[in-house]
Ligand binder design. Structure first.
Ligand SMILES: [Zn+2]
Length: 406
């Protein structure tokens, strides 16, 4: 006897960072990299992002479990380097490697110059300057507030304008992982905590706190291995990474609120960890943003003077902590996002639209159209320079990358 199998209900699930934010950067690049399951061609971005997450998590575990790690500052060579080596080994095993000259991958006593080009390993290169500052500046304020790490968040949404004949499913799934959830008692919080200080300083958060009789709140935290993006719309008037990061945090908050054990989430915090020790490229971007006023945390006094007169010099580069003060770098590395119900609903509806757009492109491809005609190509110089599809990309701005005829 034949059994009739019912058609399985497939709900496409979208990951917030891996799918939705990637798609928003550039739909066509997202299609080439993610949907075809091809690895990105420049895994260094991936290496650093994963590395800094791993380091912060391991640092927290040591702080929590080992009394020797309760005291700050931690010494880079004696306390932090071991964590770096452990996380790097783990990433190497997965085929992810750092660029040379941003991270020394050799252990003490290795007697060849190797990729570093000089003896005396371990070297404290750019990435290690950042881990040192991330642990010693934010770790000591953040670790005491941590309630849970790596929190899986999931939800189901209705597909907007569902069409029975063309849409794959009436619903879609949305998923993400929040790095940290902090729990704070607002009237009884640790004194001298810089994170609590920044929260209280924010008038919108203060209003949210004043409007409720709750005592305990949650804060969602996301580490980003990138610089603070420019806070304006792009040249075509479209939203950028800046806005998308905010939607991401608001959506996390919305998904978290569906958990019965959750306390009210009043804020999200993004740590843009590159800001703690900017690279030359980061300084160059910052210089442009300062000139055209397209970033929200601006330098004053000596910082302003230094960044304006700074000249990019490949051969003789100055340490960025000599150019920008610790105070400015710290302020630029933290972004506080107030959470309200209204803004959560808005962010969900932004992603509903993004999913609908992705589904439309998928349908168009299923109907047999060629890939570049199904997915938009968006020009963002930094993303495009590192893109595998740039030489044949249909975006007219990417013509600059087409092979030159001599
Ligand atoms: Zn080295």
């Amino acid at each position: 006897m034949l059994t009739v199998k019912s058609k399985p209900t497939i709900i496409p699930t979208y990951n917030l960072t891996g799918d939705l934010l990637s798609y928003l950067k550039c739909p066509l690049q997202y299609r080439y990299y993610n949907k075809a399951a091809l690895p990105p061609s420049k895994p260094v971005q991936l290496w650093f992002g994963e590395f800094i997450h791993g380091v912060m998590e391991e640092a927290y575990v040591r702080w929590k479990e080992d009394p020797r790690y309760k005291k700050f500052p931690w010494d880079w060579k004696n306390e932090i380097r071991e964590i770096e080596e452990m996380i790097n080994d783990r990433l190497n095993a997965r085929g992810l490697h750092a660029y040379k000259k941003v991270f020394c991958e050799y252990k003490e006593g290795f007697e060849h110059p190797g990729k570093c080009g000089k003896l005396g390993h371990p070297h404290k290169f750019l990435v290690s300057e950042r881990t040192d500052l991330a642990i010693n500046s934010w770790g000591q304020h953040l670790f005491p507030l941590i309630e849970e790490v790596e929190i899986d968040l999931k939800g189901t949404r209705e597909m907007i304008n569902y069409q029975k004949n063309s849409d794959r499913s009436k619903y879609y799934g949305i998923s993400g992982v929040a790095d940290v959830i902090s729990s704070i008692k607002i009237r009884d919080s640790p004194h001298g905590n810089l994170i609590i200080h920044y929260l209280h300083e924010n008038p919108e958060i203060q209003r949210i706190i004043d409007a409720t009789d709750q005592e305990e709140f949650e804060i969602l935290i996301d580490y980003k291995g990138s610089r603070r993006p420019s806070s304006t719309l792009d040249l075509e008037g479209k939203t950028t990474e800046w806005h998308h990061h905010e939607w991401q945090i608001l959506t996390y908050a919305g998904l978290r609120a569906q958990n019965k054990n959750a306390k009210p989430v009043i804020a999200g915090i993004i740590f843009y960890l590159n800001e703690l020790f900017p690279s030359n490229r980061d300084l160059l971007d910052f210089q442009v943003e300062v000139k055209n006023g397209s970033t929200d945390v601006l330098p004053t006094g000596r910082d302003l003077m230094n960044i304006n007169k700074w000249k990019h010099n490949r051969k003789k580069s100055q340490r960025s902590d000599n150019i920008l003060s610790g105070e400015l770098r710290s302020k630029r590395s933290i972004r506080i996002i107030p959470i309200t119900q209204e803004k959560i609903l808005e962010s969900f509806s932004h992603f509903d639209n993004v999913v609908k757009d992705i589904e439309k492109s998928v349908q168009s491809e299923i109907r047999g159209n060629i890939i570049p005609s199904c997915w938009d190509a968006r020009f963002i110089e930094k993303t495009c320079t590192a893109c595998d599809a740039k030489t044949f990309c249909p975006n007219k701005e990417c013509m600059r990358y087409s092979p030159q005829v001599p």
